[in-house]
Structure formats: C-alpha cells, structure tokens
Design a protein around this ligand. Structure first.
Ligand code: ADP
Length: 374
C-alpha cells in the first residue's frame, strides 16, 4: 500500500469518527489497532495490529507517515520523543500531551499559568490527607478515565487503602460543590490558528458522560467568554495541536474551575458532527495536517448528544430500525463495539429550536437503541 499521510494511534471510536472527514478530504490514513475487530479497524483498511506501548509497533503502523495523531493520550512520552526524533510530527507533541496524561503535571502547570483550578496538593501519606482537610477528592495522577482513579473521601478511613495500595502518584483536590460541568473546546492548527466551539454543558452519571447540551443553557455571557478564553490560552500556552477539551466546573457562586484536559476529540464535542458547520473530528484532522480550520458555528439553536452505554440489549444494530422509525431526524452513531455493561458503544444527536423537545427526542432515541423502550 502507498504511504499514509496521517497515522492514527489507537483504534477506538474517536479514530473511527476521524475517518469520514479524512475520506472527504482525500487523506490516506493508517491505524495502529489493538486488534482486528476494534472500532476504527472496521473502517480503516490500512491498519497494523499492535500495542501503543511498543515502539516497534508504533513504527510499523506509522511507516513513512509525516504526521501522527491519537485516539487516546496513553502513548509513553519516550516513544513520542523517539518518533519525533525520527522525523514524524506527533500532534499533539509529547511536551503538550504530558498535561493530559498526568494530572499532577497538569495542576502544576495550570497553577503557574494562573488558570483557575480547584485547590490541590500532591499526596504521599495519610498525614498529607489530614493536612489537606476533609472532604476531598483523591485522584491517581495517571491512568484514570471515566471516573476510575477518582475517589470522594469524607473521612480518614476511606483513604487508608488507597494510600497504602497506590502504585502511581496521587493528588488531592477540594471537593468542588459545582452546579454543573461545562466543556470548552478549541481546535489549534500546527501553525497556530485557533477556533473555539460553543461552550457546552455535560451531564455525568457515575463519573461517565451521559448527555451533552450545546450550547450550555443559560450560560452567563461573561462566564462563557471566560471559559472559551481559558481553552484558547491553554491551547496556546501548552502548544496543543489538534482538538483540546477543557472540562470545567461551574460553581453556584460564579466561579469557573478547570477539572481536566483532553488533547484529542472529546465526548463533549460529538454533537458537532451533526450540529456544527465543521465537526470536531474534521477540525482535528485539519489542525494536525496544518490545513485551514472550519467554522465552529452551530447549525441549530440546540443540539443534544446522549451517549449509548452498554446495557442488557446485545444487538444494537437490530434496534436501529425501531429507533429510526420513532425518531427519524435523530442521528444514530454506533461504534461497532461489543456491548458490555457501561461501555460507550454509541451516541445519538438530536437538534432543533426547542430545547425540551430536543432533549426528549435524543433521550427517547437512545433508549430505543438500548432496548430500554419499545
Ligand atoms: P477522569 O479522568 O476519570 O475523567 P475526572 O478528574 O474528570 O476523572 O473526574 C471524574 C468526575 O469526578 C468528574 O467529571 C466530576 O464529576 C468528579 N470530580 C472530579 N474532580 C472533582 C472535584 N475536585 N470536585 C468534585 N467533583 C469532582
């Protein structure tokens, strides 16, 4: 096969959803996939099966591709450095990705940049926990996702096992009494063009994103501008190339605090496939190949994305017909993943002018796909 223009590391749904805009733009992609049947390997024919932890596998997948991007943030820095030294442009680069890989490094850097964060401290002992004060949130600096590696601690006894068994660095954060969670996304191209998406509201269930409303309802314009400015400044100061999502807490007393950073397309931006002029996936691909970026303007007054998490219905494809029959204008996205409880296996997006009915339609469609309604 001819050499790819863009290599994507990791075969999850984010790599899969980068594919339609890559096809449209005539971009030849190659994938490093965890197995033959993973989500993105089903749609990118030129894939290599291997591990992102093995440099030889990364090199085999990347081949002569000049640009490398990622489905996830877990490629070790030393491998990224080696790939950069071999002449591949890793976008985002290891110096930026560190702050999405390591929550301690992220808190230190954002504090230096005077970006508003929850009060935090590194934790190495029970004494550190007591000194920080209760309640608090304990987090592993590395390796957490979807709420794994995050514990709310209200009294000493709840922290003992975590501290004693920790294999990675830990940090504590104040337990933020937030009124809701927001996400501010920007795309930044290799030559520094930045575009900002509307700030959205994300609703979590059990630490996992359940729904996203774009734009965030009743967001104070000053606070919205502050959130967008934070995302833009973080992208520029950390030299992020590609999509950046800044997950934020909005508090009742008018504060915006950064929770965490994701340097790739993000669940809170899936609405943009159907609801924005240019989707986050297209702008990610454009940004990493240093192409001009597209408009982030919403096409509808409201878009609502509802995640489809694995439940009891194993065959979502069979449910597609009934969901489309009931809600033909809600867009269904299935990731080709085996259904396992709680696993993100798809999402739906509804759009329109009346938020309540858009919410109802999106929720109904998702419930029909999951087999929770008939
Ligand atoms: P992950 O890396 O697993 O996504 P996060 O740091 O985003 O972990 O935490 C997961 C969820 O836990 C957040 O979406 C939020 O609901 C809650 N959470 C995290 N940090 C705090 C905090 N300091 N105060 C209150 N809730 C928090």
């Amino acid at each position: 096969m001819t050499s790819p223009e863009l290599a994507i590391i990791g075969g999850g749904q984010l790599a899969r959803m980068m594919t339609p805009p890559a096809i449209a733009l005539g971009i030849k992609t190659r994938l490093l996939a965890e197995g033959d049947d993973v989500s993105a390997a089903q749609v990118i024919p030129d894939y290599v099966v291997g591990s992102h932890l093995v440099l030889a596998d990364l090199k085999a997948a990347i081949g002569e591709a000049p640009v490398v991007t990622f489905d996830h943030e877990h490629v070790p820095s030393e491998h990224l450095e080696a790939l950069s030294a071999a002449g591949h442009a890793c976008r985002p680069g290891p110096h930026a990705l560190l702050f999405a890989q390591d929550k301690l490094a992220m808190r230190r850097r954002l504090t230096e940049l005077q970006v508003p964060c929850p009060r935090w401290a590194q934790i190495q002992s029970m004494q550190d926990v007591r000194d920080f004060g209760f309640p608090l949130v304990l987090k592993t600096a590395r390796g957490g996702y979807d709420g794994k590696g995050v514990w709310v601690i209200r009294e000493e006894a709840e922290a003992v096992d975590i501290i004693e068994n920790a294999t990675v660095e830990l940090l504590a954060e104040e337990l933020v009494d937030f009124s809701r969670e927001l996400s501010a996304q920007v795309a930044r191209s290799a030559s520094g063009e930045v575009v900002a998406y509307p700030v959205v509201e994300s609703r979590q269930e059990n630490g996992v994103c359940a729904e996203v409303i774009a734009p965030a309802p009743n967001l104070d314009s000053v606070r919205g501008a502050e959130a967008a400015a934070i995302a833009r400044s973080v992208a520029e100061r950390l030299d992020v190339v590609g999509m950046l999502a800044v997950e934020l807490f909005e508090t009742g007393d008018g504060r915006i605090l950064v929770n965490e950073l994701a340097m790739r397309p993000h669940n809170t931006g899936h609405w943009s496939i159907d609801g924005a002029v240019t989707s986050q996936f297209e702008n990610h691909v454009r940004a990493v190949l240093d192409l001009p970026l597209g408009s982030t303007a919403p096409v509808y007054a409201w878009s609502v994305m509802v995640n489809i998490l694995g439940g009891t219905e194993p065959d979502l494809v069979a449910r597609r017909r009934v969901a489309l029959a009931a809600e033909p204008d809600v867009h269904i996205h299935l990731y080709g993943k085996e259904v396992k409880p709680g696993r993100k296996v798809g999402h739906v997006t509804a759009s329109g002018t009346d938020l309540e009915s858009v919410l109802d339609r999106a929720r109904r469609s998702a419930a029909l796909v999951k087999g929770e309604e008939n």
